[in-house]
Design a protein around this ligand. Sequence first.
Ligand SMILES: Nc1ncnc2c1ncn2[C@@H]1O[C@H](COP(=O)(O)OP(=O)(O)O)[C@@H](O)[C@H]1O
Ligand SMILES: [Mg+2]
Length: 343
Amino acid sequence: MKKKIAVLFGGQSTEHEVSRASATSVLKNIDQTKYDIYPIGITKDGLWFQYTGKLDNIESGEWEKDQFFKVPQGQKFLFNKEVDVVFPLLHGLFGEDGTIQGMCKLLNIPCVGPGVMSSAICMDKIYTKYLLENFNIKQADYVVINTHEYAENKDILVETIEKKLGYCVFIKPANGGSSVGITKAHNREELILGLEEALKYDRKVLVEQAINAREIEVAVLGNDYPEASMPGEVIPAKEFYDYEAKYKSEASKLLIPAALSEAKLQTIREEAVKIYTILDCAGMARVDFLVDKETEEVYLNEVNTIPGFTKISMYPKMWQATGKTYGKLIDELIELAIERNNK
Ligand SMILES: Nc1ncnc2c1ncn2[C@@H]1O[C@H](COP(=O)(O)OP(=O)(O)O)[C@@H](O)[C@H]1O
Ligand SMILES: [Mg+2]
């Protein structure tokens, strides 16, 4: 019998649009002879619909107006156990953060990607740091700021950041993605503006020393025996890899394999698997590094448990470069979800 796969897209995060593009790519590449597919769209307001219309309408967002092909209460396919596996292509909060994973766990439906705890930790850039620093994983120096502390002690906090990190720094909402709310500050004025911008998205903000780095990413796949892909490199079109450089600008370049020595590539692959294992990842994750342009020191940047799957995204491309087609990758992800079965 064909397995029934619910592909979730959209969602309530700042990465709603990216999610639609990821899901469209997966839906176009999944082998329909093997699976019955249930695309389920979640609006920005959190309403769930099964969507049976054109795939391109998912990417463009027009699916929401396509009344004829929209079945309300898309959750019912999960709650009534009408699907065998959930493939959440929801980036960011309410999808990549353990919430959907928790729902699947309660319903006892296998879900592609890491489980509740791992998803929640990897979503939070601050907790990822807290955890990994116990395992000697190199990361950029940082300072954590909370909303109420900032309101009460702004001047002292700004001085603390300057003393500990100097300039330049990156300012990031703790739970974010696709660079939304992230800025680079070259001076005090930009630091204050950046903190205020990031605090619009989260009550916790991470301020990080800027590394003069190349951006190297590794795709990891597996449960108990994870494998790392050939590392890739992104060369942003702008000063850093912001939202526009990621999705809008044609000038950002992707290079697979990254232009590093064999030995360095191997070290980075091993480091990626080590980090994946410490963070209790399962199924998949993309582990992103910053590699110092001069010293080639390797810093962990972040771990994405539902990496982009758009047609220009690194995760599927790095697997292709490692000999795994898009279709095969999807098959393996579904098998890994079933094998783990929420354990
Ligand atoms: N400490 C840092 N040093 C240099 N560049 C950084 C640093 N932190 C982030 N960046 C740049 O900002 C981009 C987005 O930051 P990242 O932490 O990956 O957030 P997101 O989860 O939104 O992708 C990175 O791809 C990189 O270009
Ligand atoms: Mg990133």
